[in-house]
Design a protein around this ligand. Structure first.
Ligand code: ADP
Length: 411
C-alpha cells in the first residue's frame, strides 16, 4: 500500500546530490539565505558531470536543475558564461520574486569552475595562484564569447570540404542558395551535408519538406536528418513544435552551434555546406571559428546598394578571418515580366557586381527573381530539379560551376 507521507515527497532530479570524484566543489549562501552546493567533474576542458544540492525552496531546486543540465556536456568556458537569463529561458512562467535563485545557481556554478581552475593551476608554486589563474583563464566580461577548443575526434573529421554561405543581411536568399548549392552538388554525385546554422530563422526543414521532423541521438552522436541524399542538421529539427521561437543567448548559442557541427555524425562527406546566420556578428564568427578552417565563403546579396553596403562588411569579415572568398552572388537580380518579357529591376542593378569588381573578387552571376523559387521552397521541393530549364535555375547552375572552379583553385 502506498504511504501518503512518502508519496508527498517531490521527485528529486537526477542531478541532485553530491558527486563522487568531483574535481570542483563549492557551497554558497545567497542574500536570500538559501544555500546551494555544486559539484563538477571537468575533463579535457568540458563539464563531464554537474550535480547540486540546495536547502532552498522548489525555485532553487528548479534553477539548480536547469543550471546543471545546461552545464553538463558543455565546454568549461561556455558553462562559465551561463547567465541567470539562460536558466530562466528554460523555466517559462518562473515567479518574478524568485528570480534571484537563478543568479545563485549560475554564481555557484561559476565558483565551482573557479575552484577547479585553482586546484588545477599549472603554476604550482605561484603565491597568488587564485588571482592569476582567474585573470588568465576567465573570459572577459564583454566582447565576443570565446570559442572553445574543437575536439580532435569530431563530427567533421570525415568532411573533405566546408563551404560557408554568408550574407550581410537577412532575406537576400542565402538559405535558398545554400540549399540549391547542396542539391546541385548531390546531383553531380558528391556526398553532401547541409548545416542550417541560422538558429533564429531555421529554414532547412521547410526547404526540404521535413517540417516537424526530429533528429535522434544514438550513443554520443546526433544522427542528421536526410532528404534527397543530403545529410541535414538544423535547430528546427530539435524544436518540439515548428512554430516555437528559439530564445537563447550568447554562450548557449555557441554551445548549440558547436553541437550541430561536432556532435553530429556527418560521416564521410565531400562537401558540407553551412548556411550561416546573417550579418557579421558573433554568430557567423563563431560558426567560422568552430568549423576550424572553412575552404571558402560564398557571399550572397541582392543588387540593391543598401545590401551591397552590407556585403562590403562581409568581405572585411572574411579577410579578417583569412577565409577565402569564392565569390559574390547577386540574387533577386531583375524580374522578367511573364507577359511582355521586359526585365524589371525591382531591387536595383549591379550592386553585387560592382562590389566584386571593387574588391577584385569573382562575380558568380545574377539570379533573377522567379516566383517558382518561393513556391518550391514552401512545398519542400527542389527548384533545380523541377524547373531546371528556367533562366534562374540555369543561373544557379552557372554560379555553382563557378564556386566549384574557385574551390579547385583554393586547393
Ligand atoms: P535568407 O536566408 O537570406 O534570409 P531566404 O533564402 O530565406 O533568405 O530567401 C528569402 C525569401 O526569398 C524566401 O521566401 C525565398 O523563397 C525567396 N527567394 C530567394 N531567392 C529567390 C529568387 N531568386 N526568386 C524568388 N524568390 C526568391
Amino acid at each position: 500500500m502506498s504511504d501518503p507521507a512518502i508519496d508527498a515527497q517531490p521527485t528529486l532530479p537526477g542531478v541532485f546530490g553530491p558527486m563522487r570524484g568531483a574535481n570542483g566543489n563549492v557551497r554558497i549562501t545567497g542574500p536570500c539565505g538559501d544555500t546551494m552546493e555544486f559539484w563538477i567533474n571537468i575533463q579535457d576542458g568540458r563539464i563531464h558531470r554537474c550535480t547540486f544540492t540546495t536547502d532552498g525552496c522548489s525555485s532553487s531546486l528548479a534553477c539548480g536543475t536547469a543550471t546543471c543540465t545546461m552545464a553538463s556536456g558543455a565546454p568549461e568556458a561556455v558553462a562559465f558564461e551561463l547567465q541567470p537569463e539562460d536558466v530562466l529561458a528554460l523555466l517559462p512562467g518562473f515567479p518574478e520574486a524568485e528570480k534571484h535563485c537563478a543568479l545563485l545557481a549560475t554564481n555557484t556554478l561559476k565558483a565551482a569552475i573557479s575552484d577547479y581552475r585553482k586546484k588545477n593551476c599549472p603554476a604550482e608554486s605561484c603565491a597568488s595562484c587564485a588571482k592569476e589563474c582567474d585573470t588568465q583563464k576567465v573570459p572577459p566580461a564583454t566582447g565576443p564569447v570565446p570559442v572553445p577548443p574543437v575536439p580532435t575526434e569530431s563530427g567533421l573529421s570525415g568532411v573533405k570540404h566546408k563551404i560557408v554561405v554568408l550574407s550581410g543581411k537577412g532575406g537576400v536568399g542565402k538559405s535558398t542558395v545554400a540549399a540549391n548549392l547542396a542539391m546541385s552538388l548531390t546531383a553531380q554525385g558528391f556526398k553532401v551535408g547541409l548545416l542550417d546554422a541560422d538558429l533564429h530563422g531555421p529554414s532547412v526543414p521547410m526547404l526540404f519538406g521535413l517540417v516537424g521532423a526530429h533528429v535522434e541521438q544514438i550513443g554520443e552522436w546526433v544522427q542528421p536528418a536526410e532528404a534527397n541524399g543530403i545529410k541535414l542538421m538544423s535547430v528546427g529539427f530539435m524544436l518540439e513544435h515548428p512554430d516555437q521561437a528559439v530564445i537563447i543567448r550568447g554562450p548557449l548559442k555557441i554551445k548549440m552551434l558547436e553541437q550541430m557541427l561536432h556532435e553530429v555524425s556527418w560521416g564521410e562527406l565531400d562537401y558540407l555546406v553551412v548556411d550561416c546566420p546573417p550579418g557579421t556578428g558573433d554568430e557567423p564568427l563563431s560558426v567560422c571559428q568552430l568549423i576550424g578552417s572553412p575552404d571558402g565563403a560564398v557571399i550572397v546579396t541582392t543588387p540593391q546598394e543598401i545590401a551591397a553596403a552590407d556585403v562590403r562588411k562581409s568581405v572585411q569579415f572574411c579577410r579578417k578571418l583569412d577565409l577565402p572568398i569564392l565569390g559574390i552572388l547577386e540574387n533577386m537580380s531583375g524580374y522578367a515580366c511573364p507577359k511582355c518579357g521586359e526585365t524589371v529591376h525591382l531591387f536595383g542593378q549591379n550592386g553585387g557586381f560592382k562590389t566584386a569588381e571593387k574588391y577584385n573578387l569573382a562575380f558568380l552571376g545574377r539570379i533573377p527573381i522567379d516566383p517558382s523559387v518561393g513556391i518550391c521552397a514552401d512545398a519542400g521541393r527542389s527548384f533545380l530539379a523541377t524547373h531546371g530549364e528556367s533562366v534562374s535555375a540555369k543561373a544557379f547552375e552557372t554560379a555553382i560551376e563557378q564556386i566549384l572552379f574557385a574551390l579547385k583553385k583554393e586547393f
